[in-house]
Design a protein around this ligand. Structure first.
Ligand code: 5HY
Length: 243
């Protein structure tokens, strides 16, 4: 039995539920999904400041998951906040939804576009493209210019803007695939792929399948070198529970 901990790094329960649904929709029969989010932190992650705060909550959840013996962890925010720190702390595999979606896109298209929420978070996606080596695979990045939590306000406006932006990207970018740049967009990928006739990729599902593959291959986070466990040291009171 595989248990995958899917972490929504923001503290919005509605988005954690959306992310959990997307993960369960693709999980294999023998895979249990445990969707969690930090008890403290930011309600949405819309910049570098938010990411820094969210990363501590991610690490708390990673530690808890490791103690529970989960088979793997997904960081379900498009900035992949705390990814390498999480890999130091974890023994099981850790996959971020941005890297997962980008990897999958390169397997089905020579170039992909990214559709995310706020213009100011485009730079975070650009940094990840550089870090992961996918810059030359990404033809364009777009933002619907709505806050992250607009995806959970029930109006459907954000979802409609995502659809329109994906259609425009298909027409204009010369990309063969589109990556959805937010955990809160995860449940939109299947319908958009069918309606638009282009692979629209959700990183939550991609990451879940990558964890299943890593587990099946007996691969886990390497503890040889720079992803070894953190050095034990006296952490200040506020962080002592992370030891
Ligand atoms: O960067 C974004 O626009 C999306 C990112 N923020 C968030 O709270 N969850 C996410 O996936």
């Amino acid at each position: 039995k595989i248990v995958i901990q899917v972490i929504n790094p923001n503290t919005s329960q509605a988005m954690t539920e959306t992310i959990g649904r997307a993960a369960r929709a693709v999980a294999a029969a023998g895979t249990e999904i445990v969707a969690v989010s930090p008890t403290q932190g930011v309600p949405s992650i819309e910049g570098h400041f938010d990411e820094a705060i969210a990363a501590v909550g991610v690490l708390e959840q990673i530690k808890r998951g490791r103690e529970q013996g989960v088979s793997g962890h997904v960081i379900a925010c498009f900035g992949d906040p705390g990814l390498l720190a999480a890999r130091e702390l974890a023994s099981a595999p850790v996959v971020g939804i941005a890297e997962a979606a980008m990897h999958m896109a390169t397997l089905v298209a020579t170039r992909f576009s990214i559709v995310t929420t706020l213009p100011r978070t485009l730079v975070i996606a650009r940094h990840l493209l550089q870090q992961y080596g996918f810059e030359r695979h990404c033809a364009a990045l777009h933002a619907i210019d709505l806050p992250v939590l607009a995806l959970e306000d029930g109006s459907g406006l954000a979802q409609e803007k995502v659809r329109a932006r994906c259609l425009q990207a298909k027409r204009e970018d010369g990309s063969g695939a589109i990556v959805l740049g937010c955990g809160g967009m995860a449940t939109l990928a299947k319908a958009l792929t069918q309606e638009l006739g282009i692979p629209v990729i959700d990183g939550v599902g991609a990451a879940v399948k990558m964890i299943e593959s890593l587990v099946a291959l007996g691969l886990s986070t390497s503890k040889h070198g720079d992803l070894d466990y953190p050095f034990a040291k006296p952490l200040s009171e506020a962080f002592s529970h992370l030891n």
